[in-house]
Ligand binder design. Structure first.
Ligand SMILES: Cc1cc2nc3c(=O)[nH]c(=O)nc-3n(C[C@H](O)[C@H](O)[C@H](O)COP(=O)(O)O)c2cc1C
Length: 377
């Protein structure tokens, strides 16, 4: 029985993942903010995107490659940065970096991951994307960028949709603290998930190790320094310009939903715009990302990356049809890991590839660049 027979869709991995990780971890991974309506909105907007099949195209030889920011990828998607990834599945950051390297797709490491850029470096292919939440202290910012660069991360992702912490009520009810502590209630949940617990015993209780490295270091910070203090700068356009000056690689701004921001971002020298509503985790009244892509496409010729709610290869085609160049997925890869360990993350890639091929066959398009022509307007 192959993995494709047992888990033909990402939904199958999601169902198995839910059984294999403690409830408070599930609530962290799966929740959004407020009434969580953004999750449903993302799904509804994708479902509303219809594509016109095309017939009699003869032998089908699909080419799934795309070129974005001067790089050609064999597949049009990558792994989005997920904070505390190693809480969801032990050592997730290294496992995902390795999976991405094998497939030749980008891996995004979060500022608030449980592994540092140096930890991940040996597993990273030649396309690491380092995601930065703006540190308050310019010296810490400079040091983070230097470390990311030295560890092999060539693309910098500045996330701008977390100007303040969001409420994430379901996550709070779940009982997750920072750093995570196994209270008796959470320990009882963990005891029912032996594979997860054994992994955590091996790796140690997950913490934000990059942040810790500054909180612990003899910096000029007050002794009360903690993740909140270190990162709670709300970036502005000046901050973006400083980041642009400080980073000589590709720079992507993540969490853009207003097409009016496209021109100023282009003027500020960014290399790509990442349309995201953070999987509904920041703002319950945010528009669905699929609904933003066409206007953003009309507003700029910068590459457009998009995420939030991608559940399969057809959704990737829908985003490309709307005008996106590249798609990222966060939770899907964590469902894969939590369901099956490292092979599960690779299986997510296989599912997406198979979906892309099957649906491109229906569209009669051999290349992804032909997909927008099949959009039913
Ligand atoms: C548990 C979780 C943690 C996340 N942490 C971060 C983060 O640290 N930095 C960031 O830029 N985005 C973060 N995101 C957002 C993802 O990068 C991405 O935008 C989102 O997961 C895409 O939606 P999807 O999960 O439906 O694919 C997080 C998402 C989840 C689900």
């Amino acid at each position: 029985m192959t993995l494709h027979n047992r888990y033909p869709a990402i939904a199958d991995l999601k169902a198995r993942a839910r059984r294999r990780i403690p409830h408070f971890v599930w609530e962290y991974l799966d929740s959004a903010t407020g009434d969580e309506a953004t999750l449903a909105r993302n799904r509804a907007a994708l479902d509303a995107v219809l594509l016109r099949p095309s017939i009699l195209h003869g032998e089908f030889t699909p080419d799934l490659s795309v070129t974005v920011m001067g790089r050609t990828y064999p597949l049009p998607f990558g792994i989005a940065p997920v904070g505390m990834s190693g809480l969801v599945w032990p050592d997730a950051e290294c496992l995902l970096a390795r999976t991405a390297a094998t497939a030749g797709i980008p891996y995004g490491l979060s500022t608030v991951a449980t592994r540092t850029p140096e930890d991940v470096a040996p597993h990273l292919g030649d396309d690491g994307w380092f995601q930065i939440y703006p540190p308050r202290d310019p010296d810490i910012r400079a040091d983070m960028l230097r470390r990311a660069r030295a560890a092999g991360f060539g693309t910098l992702v500045l996330t701008v949709d977390v100007p303040v912490a969001s409420r994430r009520e379901r996550q709070t009810r779940g009982g997750l603290t920072n750093p995570p502590r196994l209270t008796p209630r959470l320990a009882a949940q963990a005891a029912r998930c032996p594979a997860w617990l054994a992994g955590i015993r091996r790796t140690g209780m997950p913490r934000m190790r990059l942040i810790d490295s500054y909180a612990d270091a003899a910096t000029a910070l007050p002794s009360t320094a903690h993740a909140g203090y270190l990162l709670r700068t709300s970036p502005d356009w000046d901050y973006l310009r400083q980041i642009r000056d400080a980073w000589d690689g590709a720079l992507v701004v993540k969490g853009v939903l207003d097409p009016d921001d496209a021109a100023p971002l282009q003027q500020a020298g960014v290399d790509a715009i990442w349309i995201s509503n953070h999987a509904g985790r920041q703002f319950a009244a945010a528009p669905a990302t699929a609904s933003v892509v066409p206007a953003m496409r009309a507003a700029t010729d910068l590459p457009l990356i998009v995420d939030s709610g991608i559940a399969g290869g057809l959704d990737i085609l829908r985003m490309i049809a709307l005008g996106a160049d590249f798609v990222m997925l966060g939770r899907a890869f964590h469902y894969g890991l939590a369901a099956l360990g490292e092979p599960g993350a690779a299986h997510v890639i296989d599912i997406l590839r198979a979906d892309l091929i099957a649906n491109m066959g229906q569209l009669g398009t051999h290349r992804l660049s032909d997909v927008p022509g099949r959009l039913i307007r």
